[in-house]
Every structure is written in C-alpha cells, then in structure tokens.
Design a protein around this ligand. Structure first.
Ligand SMILES: CCCCCCCCCCCCCCCCCCCCCC(=O)SCCNC(=O)CCNC(=O)[C@H](O)C(C)(C)COP(=O)(O)OP(=O)(O)OC[C@H]1O[C@@H](n2cnc3c(N)ncnc32)[C@H](O)[C@@H]1OP(=O)(O)O
Ligand SMILES: Cc1cc2nc3c(=O)[nH]c(=O)nc-3n(C[C@H](O)[C@H](O)[C@H](O)COP(=O)(O)OP(=O)(O)OC[C@H]3O[C@@H](n4cnc5c(N)ncnc54)[C@H](O)[C@@H]3O)c2cc1C
Length: 665
C-alpha cells in the first residue's frame, strides 16, 4: 500500500482487510500489467506526494476562475517536472504523473495530449509532422481539436465551417459563415490554446470535397492575443469540468498557408487540384477512434475510485437495528442489498478494465496497418471502440452514481469526492460521439456482419460468432452455472437478438423501403443488440483474464466476480429473449450465493486498485477509515465559516428584521 497511515486505522477496516482470501498485492500487479509497472507507478506517486508544489486546499472551495488558474499552473508544473525527471518520452510514467498530480482537476491542456498531438501524429504528412510535432511536445504550441459547432456535433458531415483554397495567394480562407457554424466545446480553446486543428469543409476549384483538417494559429505566440479575424472565448460554467476552458471560435476569413492543411490522406496542390491518397475517407476520423478506446479505461478507473470510497465507507458506517440486544448496529456492508449494489459495480469495473486492455491492444495492432493504408480491420475496430465507449461510459456513470447513493447524505457532499468523479465521467456519455449514436454505429456494423455471414464471408475475430442462422439456447438448468456456460448464453442472446432485428430489417428492404428508412425502423432495437454484443466482449475479456491468473486464489476470486457480472447480465437482459422462470430463479439464487461468497473480499477487491488517498480526494474513502473527524475538519474550511456572522446578516437580514425595504439594496 502506498498510503501513509496518518491516523490510527479504524479497527473495522483492519478487520475487513484481514478477511481477504487472496494476496491483494498480486492482483494489483495483474491490474497494472506487471510488478514492474506497479513499482514504477508507486515511485511516481511518491515523487508527486512529496512535492509541496502540488499541495493546495480543496478546489471545491475555490471560484471557477481560481480553479482554472490553478489547473493551468499545475499542468505546466507537471510538464516542467517531467522534463527535469527526463520522463517526457515515457508515456506510462507521464500518464501516472499527470493523474496523481491533478487527480480532480481536468487539465486545460488535456485535449492537447489526448487529441491535438495524436491528430498531428495520425493526420500529418511526414514533413508536417517534422515541422509541428516537436514544437507541440515542447508546449511551444498548445492546441485543441476544434470539430463540433453550435449547430453540429453528431452529424460530422453537416459541419458548416469552410476552408476555401485561393490559388493566387496559395492560402486557405477559413470562415464561419453562420452563427451555427461557430465552433463550440473544444477543450482549452477558450483561453489556453494558441493553435487548433480545425475541421472544415474543403472547397477548391469550385467543388466541395467534404470535411478535412487544418492547423490554424489562433493567438500570437508571444503576447497570446487572439489574431485578427479570430474571435474566441470560454463557453461558461458547465455541470462539471470547471477547471477547463471549453471554448467557442468564430473565424472571419482567416488566411492560413496551403501547407497547413493536414495532408497525410489528401492534398490540395498549389494550383488547387485536389488529390485523395487513400480510398477510405473515414481515416480522417482516426483520432476519434483512438480517444474512444481510451474512454473505456477511463470509465473503469472512475468506477474503481468510486467503489473504493463506497466500499470502505460501507465498512465503517454503522446504521440500523442491531441483530440482538446490546450488539452494535450493522455495518452497511452487512446488508445483502448493499452488497449487491456495490459488488455489481466492482464487477463492472473489473470487466471494463480487462476489456479496455484488449481493445487497446487491438487498436495498437491495427493502427500501423491503417497508417499504411491497409484498412481490413478498421470496421471492427471502429465498431468496437464506438460501442464499448458507449457501454463503458454509460456503465461508468451509472456505477459511480450508484456508489454515490450508497454513501447516503455524505455522497452528496463534495467532501466524499463522489460528485466530482460523477461529473468528470458523465460528459464521456456525450463527448467523442453521443452514446446512442455510437451504439447505432456498432449496430450498423453488426447488421452488415449478418449479411456477410449469409454470403459465407469470413468475419473479424470479435464478430466470428455471428451466423446467418439461429443456434440452440444453452441450457441453464441442470449442471452448475459456470462462467463458460453463462458466457455461452450471452453469446446466444446476442446472436438471437441480432438475427431477429436483421430479419425485420430485411423484411422492410423486401417491402422496397430505402436502406436508411429500414435502418431507422429497427434503430431502437439495434441499440440493444449493440449493447449485448459489447457486453459479450466485456464478459469474454473478463473471463480470459480471470483464467490467465496464475495464482489459484486470484483465479478463483476473479472467476466468482466474473460470474456475478455474467449472471447480472443474464437476469437484467432476460426480457430481451426467452428465459424460463425456473432458469431465472436459478440465476437469482446463484447471485445471492455469490454475494455471500464475495463479501469478505469486498475491501480486498477494491484495494487491489491501489488508489492512494491523494488520488481519491475523499473524506469518507480514506485509507484509515477515520471518517467523522475528517468530515468536521473539511467543513471548517468552508469560506462561509471564515467569520462567525456572515456579512449577509448585516446587509440584508438585519435590514429585513428592522422592516426596511430590500428592493434597492
Ligand atoms: C505521446 C503522449 C501521449 C499522452 C496521452 C495521454 C493519455 C491520457 C489518457 C487519459 C484518458 C483520457 C480519457 C479521455 C478524455 C477525452 C476527452 C475528450 C474530449 C471530447 C472531445 C470531442 O468530443 S471531439 C468531437 C467528437 N465528435 C464526434 O465523435 C462526432 C460523432 N460523429 C461521428 O463520428 C460521425 O458523424 C458518425 C456518427 C460516425 C457518422 O459519420 P458519417 O456520417 O460520415 O458515416 P456513416 O454513418 O454514414 O457511415 C459510413 C461508413 O463509415 C464508417 N465509419 C464511421 N466512422 C468511422 C470511423 N471513425 N472509422 C472507420 N469507419 C467509420 C461506418 O461504419 C460506415 O461504414 P459502412 O459504410 O461500411 O457501413
Ligand atoms: C465536456 C465536453 C467536451 C467536449 N470537447 C470537445 C472537443 O474538445 N472538441 C470538439 O470538437 N467537440 C467537443 N465536444 C462536443 C461533443 O463531441 C458533442 O457534444 C457530441 O459529439 C454530441 O454532439 P451534439 O452536442 O451536437 O449533440 P446532438 O447531436 O445535438 O445530440 C442530441 C441528442 O440527439 C440524439 N441524436 C443525434 N443524432 C442522432 C441520430 N442520428 N440518431 C439518433 N439519435 C440522435 C443524440 O443521441 C443526443 O441524445 C465536447 C462536449 C462536451 C460535453
């Protein structure tokens, strides 16, 4: 454990920790991808924890402007420290350094790392990369990814910003022709960035060639003033993300050199001739595929934080009727329904964690081919990253909210850390492609897979279970409800749902409906198919990882947790297909038994995530479990408590009590 024990540990937590049936440390190694990684991560966490420059009062007591300023300072300080430590070229080290240094401050420079730099890497010609990448890595230029406009986010082809080529000056003219074409949302665009990758409709020689990307300078590199023709600013307060300046951008005939079009996949020549270098025009959407795959692991990490807080709290919080006279009140974790609420969140977290690793490996296997123009596995990668992004962020937000509610009133206090975790994860349901729209992309791919199966074509590995004919339902009655059996049932469910929807779709086509209309007619059902397909992927990744654990005790506990995940899916998806009442009852009984079996390991399973107090920022999720004293200390920091009598009393209440009118005050 990296947690320094500040106070005496609450004996109730010590007691729970002693119940672990497996070596927690070894599970941490598995989650980190090896002992070496765990040790390295801890060293980095130690470096940050010891650095007083990263200390400050809780940001929840600060104004938005203070929060933003602090976040800019910390983001730049992180960069300086990483340089001093010679860690800039190590993505693992710099990721964890950023995370632990800014645990609850979404970075105003985050988009630079997550989208701007990857876009330069993926969409630039070699020569352009040479010109801009190093400057971006050094923060000489800080950029964002400006795609969404007021009028269009989802329907990317509907974007209105224009980039019109002028051969006489060999420049593009970037222009926002309407109010709805104003860029809206890009992270860091308001105040922080001086450059942006702008997505615009390319016009040359009187023709529009669709959306392309352009590097546009927004602010002077020395004064940081916005350049002529550039109108940009912050879009105002949001539900969360207070530390980041999501911005707007209006371009009034801003001229940029021809060479600032990102030219890896297409080019405009000096005379204005347009040349497309690759056949698949969706390669322009590449950065989004990358970020969607990151969001799945981010969702798992969000649940791991919320679950650690809520499980620890459930061990130290006593409330309710004692089981016998004189006995203490029960702990929250003693209630089976509370165990169910928390352990299903933990199970979702592990499932998404392992699935995100498989997806990341798929992305990095396929990406070099894609860069060379070989796009055979791109449809599968796009469908999986879109669908898992949706399922991951939906589950992430739902589980964090469940953990928050599991903490009762304290869960509503910012002191718990939970509102912030929720508000940080929730926008992931919207950004990088709204979740329903993403599920429809996966659904579209699955419909096409059935068609291809019918034609006898080979399908990608994650689609290989799709056939053009139904398979028999695996029997849940009789033998034990093993993870393999349950997974087989979920595979059958996914295929059955898909074949039913595909059958309806084909009947609409046979009735001579247009493809798009038939698609709309089945779209509601298709989103469920996409979810079922993604859940199957998560379940498979979970079970594979459980089986791969060398230590039999870890293998055992992970398999049980995986069974809980799978059974919960079978039960909650029972309405999608036919499941007999007796099968359903067997599954419910199995869930009850698993809760009893897993309960002693509840703390161990969340503590395997090895999240230091510095990361959790939670009064009620502390390692030492000393919740109540810490809660009082937290409240004392509220600026409202700076004086005994607040100034509003003199200004208003006293006047009111004296019968004076408040109208003109
Ligand atoms: C070096 C150090 C590195 C350090 C790194 C440090 C790392 C630190 C990590 C920390 C963790 C970070 C966590 C994350 C935080 C992130 C914050 C992000 C903030 C948010 C940013 C944003 O929010 S940024 C805007 C995103 N805005 C969208 O997301 C628009 C959605 N809207 C669409 O994306 C399109 O509009 C939509 C619907 C597809 C239709 O597009 P469309 O109309 O053109 O296409 P159609 O539907 O007609 O489809 C026609 C055919 O294209 C195929 N296809 C479609 N897309 C494809 C694709 N991408 N790839 C391949 N194929 C594709 C499809 O499958 C069809 O194929 P087929 O014809 O064969 O069926
Ligand atoms: C915190 C945050 C950060 C962001 N950062 C960036 C950024 O850095 N850069 C950037 O370019 N953008 C950014 N965005 C914008 C984001 O990508 C878009 O908000 C997102 O893609 C959704 O688009 P929209 O807002 O136009 O929603 P809309 O498309 O208007 O969606 C509204 C509703 O309609 C539904 N809907 C829309 N189309 C369909 C359809 N075809 N079928 C069925 N239902 C449909 C959606 O499911 C949704 O529920 C950010 C957004 C947020 C919230």
């Amino acid at each position: 454990m990296t947690n320094p024990v500040v106070q005496k540990v609450n004996p109730m937590l010590t007691e729970e920790r002693a119940k672990a049936s497996f070596p927690v440390e070894e599970l941490t190694y598995i989650l980190d991808g090896g002992k070496f990684n765990t040790e390295k991560r801890r060293e980095i966490e130690e470096l940050v924890t010891k650095d007083p420059n990263f200390e400050h009062p809780p940001i929840q007591f600060m104004t938005r402007e203070q929060q933003y300023s602090l976040a800019v300072k910390k983001a730049l300080l992180v960069q300086q420290r990483l340089k001093e430590l010679d860690m800039l070229d190590d993505p693992y080290a710099s990721y964890f350094f950023r995370r632990i240094a800014m645990p609850r401050e979404v970075s105003p420079i985050g988009l630079h790392w997550v989208m701007f730099v990857p876009t330069l890497m993926g969409q630039c010609s070699d020569e352009q990369r040479e010109r801009w990448l190093q400057r971006a890595l050094n923060y000489e230029i800080i950029g964002t990814y400006a795609q969404t406009e007021m009028g269009h986010g989802t329907f990317l082809r509907g974007i209105e910003t224009t980039a019109t080529y002028d051969p006489s000056s060999q420049q593009f003219v970037l222009h926002s022709p309407t109010t709805t074409s104003i860029k809206w949302w890009p992270g860091g665009l308001g105040k922080t960035c001086n450059y942006a990758v702008v997505v615009a409709q390319l016009h040359t020689q009187g023709r529009c060639h669709g959306v392309h990307m352009f590097l546009v300078q927004l602010r002077d590199e020395s004064t940081h003033r916005s350049l002529p023709g550039v109108v940009c600013g912050d879009i105002g307060p949001k539900m969360g993300y207070h530390t980041i300046d999501n911005g707007f951008l209006q371009l009034n005939s801003v001229r940029i050199p021809r060479e600032n079009m990102l030219m890896r996949n297409a080019e405009v020549q000096p005379d204005g001739t347009y040349i497309r270098r690759v056949s698949n025009e969706k390669l322009t959407y590449g950065t989004m595929v990358f970020v969607r795959s990151l969001i799945v692991s981010d969702a798992a990490r969000g649940i791991s934080e919320a679950a650690t807080i809520a499980v620890r709290y459930a061990c130290v919080r006593r409330q309710g009727e004692p089981s016998s006279p004189g006995a203490p009140e029960p702990r929250l974790l003693d209630y089976p329904v509370h165990q169910y609420r928390l352990l299903t969140c933990v199970a979702n977290c592990y499932g998404l964690w392992f699935a995100s690793e498989v997806l990341r490996d798929l992305y990095f296997t396929v990406q070099p081919d894609v860069l060379e123009g070989r796009t055979e596995r791109l449809p599968e990668t796009h469908a999986l990253s879109a669908g898992l992004k949706a399922v991951g962020s939906n589950r992430g937000a739902a589980c964090v909210e469940e953990c928050r509610r599991c903490c009762g009133g304290f869960g509503f206090s910012e002191a718990s850390g939970l509102p912030k975790i929720y508000n940080d994860i929730n926008p992931a349901c919207t950004y990088e492609g709204e979740n329903t729209v993403m599920l429809l992309q996966t659904g579209r791919h699955l419909l096409k897979c059935v068609e291809r199966a019918r034609r006898g074509e080979q399908l990608a590995p994650s689609d290989a279970y799709i056939r053009s004919r139904p398979t028999p339902q695996p029997k849940l009655a009789g033998g034990p409800l093993t993870a393999d059996l349950l997974l087989g049932w979920l595979r059958w469910r996914s295929l059955s749902m898909l074949l039913e929807v595909s059958g309806r779709f084909n009947s609409f086509i046979e009735q001579r409906q247009a493809w798009a209309d038939a698609f709309q007619a089945v779209s509601r059902r298709l989103t469920r198919c996409a979810e079922a397909h993604c859940i199957l992927y998560v379940g498979q990744a979970f079970l594979d990882s459980a089986k791969a654990a060398e230590n039999p005790k870890i293998c055992g506990v992970l398999t049980s947790l995986c069974r809980l995940f799978l059974l919960n899916e079978v039960v909650s998806g029972a309405g999608d297909v036919q499941l007999s009442r007796s099968d359903l009852a067997r599954c419910q009984d199995a869930i009850d038994s698993l809760l009893t079996e897993l309960r002693p390991n509840a703390v161990a399973l969340v503590e395997a995530f090895d999240l230091p107090d510095r990361m959790l920022c939670s009064v009620i999720g502390r390692y030492d479990g000393q919740v109540y004293e810490a809660m009082l200390q937290w409240a004392r920091q509220s600026p409202l408590n700076a004086t005994d009598v607040h100034e509003s009393y003199e200004l208003y209440t006293r006047q009111f009590l004296a019968g004076r009118s408040l109208a003109k005050l």
